[in-house]
Write a protein that binds this ligand. Structure first.
Ligand code: FAD
Ligand code: SF4
Length: 472
């Protein structure tokens, strides 16, 4: 019999965090798994609210209180089955979702100051432990049809779409230009948030479910979209948002100034031992590094540079801490690991200096009127410039979606921000269908750069759209 006052007797525990002095020299996940007893106890803190706000705030609308109850009762396989009914990558979302802004932020226990139920850690626990104990998605009732779908992009959107298609008897063939699946899960998010074995294990699970991966294959270069349309009954595009956003200030292209994503990918490949021949390893060892930006990508650059042995890492962002887009948890982690923050600072220019160092000119800002999205604009305070000297600048201003070369010939439309238009925004159609009825899309290329869990949601929704179009 569960104790309804457990939340008062037991404080929140999301799992131990490795000491900053240890974790800042290794590329390993910093949050330790929950022990079986702790997982059950933590799950038992849930109040089972009649109207679970956590479920509403979770972008895939996980049945959170229901699987918490199963964990409390030790019914691990049932919890795994239920968790997979709404989420294709629960062990990954449990690791990388900004829970403080989503499910846990909405937990009723927050209101009384008791500390939210550790939803993310328990979601990770369920799948990790179920896999270890031999649980696999039950495909025994799947009746395979003769339909096949080409999925372009093995990121969260593509993987989620493939998962739902396979469970409905439609064979997905997933094409990706990279050598491994995962998209930004592998070639973006560093190991201290998500170890790559977790993604590899998900690949094995999906392959076991009948998903085929065709890697090292760029659509539009190695294989044409026309060929995919001929070979398959539909196409899903989950190609992400990769157009690098520039700051537009003087000296941005100086030697020593690096874009965030190539730097992060280079580091992942160094760790995986897959750096292509001829590509030099990038290292910040012994360097003074300035990271420009305040989102997840900036935090990942900060913490990667620290782990590479940088002498000093300063992160400059144009708004204040309360208004930064990155996860608060990751800022706290970065700070513990030794990153210094300069809030309300905007880069004005970067000047290469004799001896190969860089002078970064920063101006102080204050927050002005809200912009179109309701975020207060950062305004430069005249005469407030200062210069900070460093060896490398890493630019992390974010990414935009953009059209692929075949869009116009296939009648696919994009909006003013380069985002692919799908049925909710164009004329009536099946969910996530583009203006070309045989082509669907989801994830960052539709939403703009966003979150893993939202890409998962859109991939799943698009799969339903595809299935509905087959029944027409
Ligand atoms: P992607 O993950 O970008 O996958 C797209 C895939 O399509 C890629 O593998 C690409 O190679 C492939 N592709 C593109 N074009 C072609 C083509 N023509 N042919 C073949 N393949 C192609 N989100 C979080 O929720 N939590 C985080 O902590 C977090 N950290 C992040 C850190 C970084 C550094 C970055 C950049 C993003 C982070 N995000 C985070 C955002 C998150 O990673 C993305 O929102 C999510 O991965 C989008 O999924 P997607 O499937 O739409 O695209
Ligand atoms: Fe929370 Fe993300 Fe899991 Fe939803 S998917 S329950 S938001 S951690």
């Amino acid at each position: 019999m569960s104790d309804v006052f457990q939340f008062m007797k037991l404080s929140r525990n999301p799992g131990d965090k490795v000491e900053a002095s240890v974790r800042k020299i290794e590329f390993k996940e910093i949050y330790q798994p929950l022990h079986v007893v702790d997982a059950a106890d933590q799950a038992g803190r849930c109040l089972s609210c009649g109207n679970p706000y956590c479920e509403w705030e979770c972008p895939v609308h996980n049945y959170i209180p229901n699987w918490l109850k199963l964990v409390e009762e030790g019914r691990l396989f049932e919890a795994a089955e239920l968790s997979h009914q709404t989420n294709s990558l629960p062990e990954i979302c449990g690791r990388v979702c900004p829970q403080d802004r989503l499910c846990e932020g909405a937990c009723t226990l927050n209101q009384g100051g008791f500390g939210a139920v550790s939803i993310g850690s328990i979601e990770k626990y369920i799948t990790d432990e179920a896999f270890k104990a031999g649980w696999r998605p039950d495909m025994s009732r799947v009746v395979w049809t003769d339909k096949t779908v080409a999925v372009i992009g093995a990121g969260p959107a593509g993987l989620a779409c493939a998962d739902v298609l396979a469970r409905n008897g439609v064979k997905p063939v997933v094409y990706d230009r990279y050598e491994e699946i995962g998209g930004l899960l592998t070639f973006g998010i560093p190991e201290f948030k998500l170890e790559k074995d977790v993604v590899r294990r998900r690949r094995e699970i999906l392959e076991g479910m009948g998903v085929r991966f065709v890697l090292n294959t760029e659509v539009g270069k190695d294989i044409s979209i026309d060929k995919l349309l001929k070979q398959h009954d539909a196409v899903f595009m989950g190609m992400g948002a990769y157009q690098y956003m520039k700051g537009g200030f003087q000296g941005e292209d100086s030697p020593g100034v690096l874009e965030a994503l190539p730097y992060l990918i280079n580091n992942v490949r160094q760790n995986l031992g897959t750096l292509p021949k001829g590509e030099a390893p990038l290292s910040m060892r012994g360097k003074r590094v300035m990271v420009l930006g305040g989102g997840d990508t900036a935090m990942d650059c900060n913490r990667t540079a620290i782990r590479q042995g940088a002498k000093r890492v300063i992160c400059a962002y144009r708004r204040d801490e309360a208004n930064m887009p990155g996860s608060k948890r990751e800022v706290a982690n970065a700070r513990e690991e030794g990153v210094e923050f300069l809030w309300n600072r905007q880069p004005i220019a970067i000047e290469p200096m004799i001896g190969g160092t860089l002078a970064v000119k920063l101006a102080e800002t204050r927050l002005g009127a809200p912009d179109a999205k309701g975020r207060r604009k950062a305004e430069v305070i005249p005469g407030s410039e200062e210069v900070v000297e460093c060896d490398h600048v890493l630019i992390a201003f974010g990414f935009q979606a953009s059209a692929a070369p075949w869009f116009s010939s296939q009648g696919i439309e994009v909006d003013g921000s380069g985002r692919t238009m799908v049925s909710s925004r164009v004329a009536k159609g099946f969910k996530y269908q583009t203006a070309n009825p045989k082509i669907f899309a989801g994830g960052d290329m539709v939403r703009g750069a966003d979150l893993v869990v939202r890409a998962v949601f859109e991939g799943r929704e698009a799969a339903e759209g595809i299935l509905a179009s087959f029944e027409k």
